[in-house]
Design a protein around this ligand. Structure first.
Ligand code: FAD
Ligand code: DHB
Length: 399
């Protein structure tokens, strides 16, 4: 492509999701310059409804970085979660089992809003609405990223030392790792989640994960006035088939237990269906390109790990880049993929475990289905099993 202008930065970051934004902040704190190239508009990235649960170390990191004020005011801090099956409720006291770590519910788009405004306030460069991102010379010492600021605009070029591919599952950066050098591991689940936002008061003081013969259901929250709920559905189902009445009827049936507890209803103002997969790309590096977050791996949402894992990758990457700029050592960069993949595979295992244990899968044998129920029964009656679940849920320690 013919270019009209060429600029330089130290790290070109593609994508302003949690991975790209955290990376830009972490680098800035170490005096390393970056430019973020984001395909969508600021309004779009700040309005997309996604994950909700932050691991304890992510909350601590946001506070350390001075980015946690609104989260501490508006987030929801729970000491545990409830597992519900056979119409019985079982409280898992995460704080007691993990030495005081809590479950923090603070929506991903609120994290994005906080990170975008703080980065722009401190002079950071985020270009929204860019298109046609293309990578060049990733094998050399000065990679280049070409892009257009608008679909009809001229091609511009960003020269840099490193490229961080934080562009999510469908972005171009993973494809820039030659197919012959990467292995992709994947499971696609035969079910998805229908998620809603409703204007209703909280029905319960903590999250409820329910395994019911009609399928999985999850009760979460967003604010004293807005609740987030999910039900297991066919991933190919059309949201048009789901009237508000039908959604509430399923939620009532799947979530209610023998205690007489009831779900509080309200108007539904947002609803959609997402498919579920487990996916890992190995390695997560090619030359001076490092991929992070959903660009490199996907977890099914049942373990609430997606956003947290994206932050873990870029923390490793920022430390490796800082060491490179301060000492000239590329040891951390060379180990980036292997370091991240150790944590990623543990999160993949946990997310797969929570997903298979809590969902109904008609493609499984009756034997496998009974094993999942036995697993649930074991988890809520064994302190050892409960502790294992709790320490994974609140987040394994960062090395
Ligand atoms: P993303 O958040 O996907 O960010 C990537 C960014 O790159 C996007 O802003 C995108 O616009 C940009 N981009 C893409 N292509 C280009 C390009 N060519 N040029 C420039 N920019 C580009 N996790 C949970 O734990 N619980 C949930 O309930 C949950 N719900 C989800 C619902 C949906 C619909 C999806 C897609 C994901 C959900 N997740 C959930 C997962 C979680 O949101 C992700 O793991 C997290 O967003 C990963 O962050 P990321 O920065 O790696 O990628
Ligand atoms: C939420 C999402 C999850 O994937 C989860 O496991 C728990 C809560 C949420 O959106 O609030």
């Amino acid at each position: 492509m013919q270019t009209t202008s060429s600029t330089r930065t130290q790290v070109a970051i593609v994508g302003a999701g949690p991975a790209g934004l955290f990376l830009s902040h972490l680098l800035h704190r170490q005096g390393i310059e970056s430019v973020i190239l984001e395909h969508r508009s600021r309004e779009e990235i700040e309005g997309t409804i996604r994950a909700g649960v932050l691991e304890q170390w992510v909350v601590d990191l946001m506070n350390d970085m001075g980015l946690g004020d609104r989260m501490m005011r508006e987030g929801h801090f729970h000491s545990g979660i409830t597992l519900r099956f056979d119409r019985q409720s079982h409280h898992i006291d995460m704080a007691e089992l993990t030495g005081g770590k809590r479950v923090t519910v603070y929506a991903q788009h609120e994290v994005i809003r906080d990170l975008v405004s703080a980065r722009l306030e401190d002079g950071g460069s985020i270009l929204f609405g860019v298109s046609d991102v293309q990578f060049h010379d990733l094998d050399g010492k000065t990679p280049r990223v070409q892009f257009r600021r608008s679909p009809d605009g001229p091609v511009e070029e960003l020269r840099c030392d490193f490229v961080a591919g934080c562009d999510g599952f469908h972005g171009p950066s993973r494809q820039a790792i030659p197919a012959a050098t990467r292995t992709e591991y994947q499971i696609v689940y035969p079910f998805g989640w229908l998620g809603i936002l409703t204007e209703a008061p909280p029905s319960h003081p903590e999250l409820i994960y329910a395994n019911h013969e009609r399928g999985f259901a999850l009760l979460s929250t967003r604010s004293p006035e807005v609740q987030r709920l999910y039900i297991q559905v066919d991933p190919k189902d059309d949201i048009a088939n789901w009237s508000d009445d039908r959604i509430w009827s399923e939620l009532h049936r799947r979530l209610e237990d023998e205690s007489g507890w009831t779900l509080k209803e309200g108007p539904i103002f947002q609803k959609g269906i997402i498919a579920m997969r487990s996916f890992v790309c190995d390695p997560m590096q090619h030359g001076r390109l490092f991929i992070a977050g959903d660009a490199a791996h996907i977890v099914p949402p049942t373990g609430a790990k997606g956003l947290n894992l994206a932050v873990a990758d870029v923390l490793v990457l920022s430390r490796a880049m800082t060491a490179y700029y301060k000492t000239g050592s590329s040891e951390g960069l060379d180990r980036y993929s292997a370091t991240c993949l150790r944590r990623i595979w543990k999160a993949e295992r946990f997310s797969w475990y929570m997903t298979t244990m809590l969902h109904r899968n008609e493609h499984e044998s009756p034997f496998e289905q009974r094993v999942h129920l036995a697993e649930l029964d074991y988890v809520v009656h064994s302190r050892a099993a409960m502790t294992a679940l709790a320490e994974n849920y609140v987040g394994l320690p960062m090395e």
